[in-house]
Ligand binder design. Structure first.
Ligand SMILES: [Fe+2]
Length: 295
C-alpha cells in the first residue's frame, strides 16, 4: 500500500510550449525532492531542409539542470503525428527511462506496414525502457503516478495521473477547443469517447494538462491547464453530458475536413522508433520515406 501525504500528492508542473507544433511539454516534479519526469518532448524539425534542431529540448535540459532536478522518466503519451520526440536526446543528457503505452506494439505494426519497414524494425516496443498498461503505477521520487490506457486518438494513448494532475496527451484539449482527432490509422471516436468519460470521472479538482493548444475563438493566448470539473461542464465536444453518438458524429464530421499534420510523415517514422532516426544506409546517410497515397 502506497502512503501518500497531501503535499506529495501535488506535483510541481512546468510547461514548455512549442510554437512551431503547438505542443506542450511538461516537467513534472516531486515537490519534496529533486525527482522529475519529462512528458511529451519536442525535437525541432525543419522539414523543408530535412534538418533537426535541439533548441526546444535544450530549454528543458537547461531548466532541469538549473533547478538541480534528477530526471527519472522521459514519458510519451503516444506516438505523435505532428512533432518529433526528443526522448533519446533528453535521456542522453539527463538520464531517466523512456516510457510509453504498451499499445505501441500495435502502432509499430500498423506504421511498419505503411512505411514498408523491413524485419530490422522491431515491432515489440523494445526501443522503449518501459511499456505501460492500464493500472500500472510508478514513482517520480515520492510521487505516485498511475497509468490509464486512454485510446481513441491512437490505440496506444495513455494518460499519466500524477498525484492531482492528469497529463492527458491528445484526448481532451482545452474546454473551448474540444478534443483530439481520431482519423489516423487505428483511431476511434467511440474509443475516444469512452476514454474521455473515464478522465471526466476523476475528481472535479483534478488538474488536466493537455498535449496541444491552438487557441480558440475568442481566446488570444495559448493555454494548457484546466480541470476535470471545467471539462465536464464546458468542453465544447463532450461537456454537459453529450451522448456518445452525438460526439462520434461531431468528431467524424470535423475530422473529414482536417488536413494531415505537416510533420506526420517524419514524425511517425521517428516516433515509432522511440524518437530514434532510422538506421543509416550503406553510404552512412539517414533517410526518411515518403509513401505515396498511403496516408
Ligand atoms: Fe497526437
Amino acid at each position: 500500500m502506497i502512503q501518500r501525504s497531501p503535499e506529495v500528492n501535488i506535483p510541481t508542473v512546468n510547461a514548455f510550449f512549442d510554437d512551431a507544433t503547438n505542443t506542450v511539454s511538461y516537467v513534472v516534479q516531486d515537490p519534496q525532492g529533486s525527482a522529475c519526469a519529462i512528458i511529451d518532448s519536442v525535437l525541432d524539425f525543419d522539414y523543408a531542409a530535412g534538418r533537426t534542431d535541439t533548441a526546444s529540448a535544450d530549454k528543458i535540459i537547461a531548466f532541469v539542470k538549473e533547478h538541480d532536478l534528477r530526471c527519472e522518466w522521459v514519458l510519451e503519451s503516444h506516438v505523435h503525428a505532428d512533432h518529433l520526440s526528443a526522448a533519446p536526446y533528453l535521456q542522453e543528457h539527463l538520464g531517466g527511462k523512456i516510457g510509453i503505452g504498451g499499445g505501441i506494439i500495435t502502432v509499430q505494426d500498423t506504421f511498419g506496414k505503411i512505411f514498408n519497414e523491413g524485419t530490422e524494425f522491431q515491432r515489440d516496443g523494445s526501443q522503449f525502457d518501459a511499456l505501460f498498461s492500464e493500472g500500472d503505477t510508478f514513482r517520480i521520487g515520492q510521487l505516485r503516478a498511475d497509468v490509464m490506457h486512454t485510446p481513441g486518438h491512437t490505440p496506444a494513448c495513455v494518460t499519466y495521473l500524477v498525484g492531482d494532475a492528469a497529463f492527458v496527451g491528445d484526448t481532451l484539449f482545452m474546454p473551448d477547443f474540444g478534443t483530439a482527432r481520431v482519423d489516423f490509422p487505428g483511431g476511434s471516436a467511440n474509443d475516444l469517447y469512452n476514454s474521455i468519460q473515464r478522465i471526466l470521472a476523476l475528481p472535479d479538482a483534478t488538474r488536466i494538462f493537455v498535449g496541444h493548444d491552438y487557441k480558440a475563438p475568442g481566446r488570444d493566448d495559448f493555454a494548457w491547464e484546466t480541470t476535470v470539473g471545467a471539462q465536464r461542464a464546458a468542453n465544447v465536444h463532450v461537456g454537459g453530458g453529450r451522448a456518445a453518438k452525438d460526439f462520434i458524429s461531431l468528431r467524424e464530421t470535423r475530422d473529414a475536413e482536417l488536413p494531415m499534420p505537416k510533420l506526420i510523415i517524419p514524425s511517425l517514422q521517428i516516433n515509432m522508433r522511440g524518437g530514434n532516426m532510422p538506421p543509416a544506409d550503406e553510404g552512412g546517410k539517414v533517410m526518411l520515406k515518403l509513401p505515396i497515397n498511403e496516408l
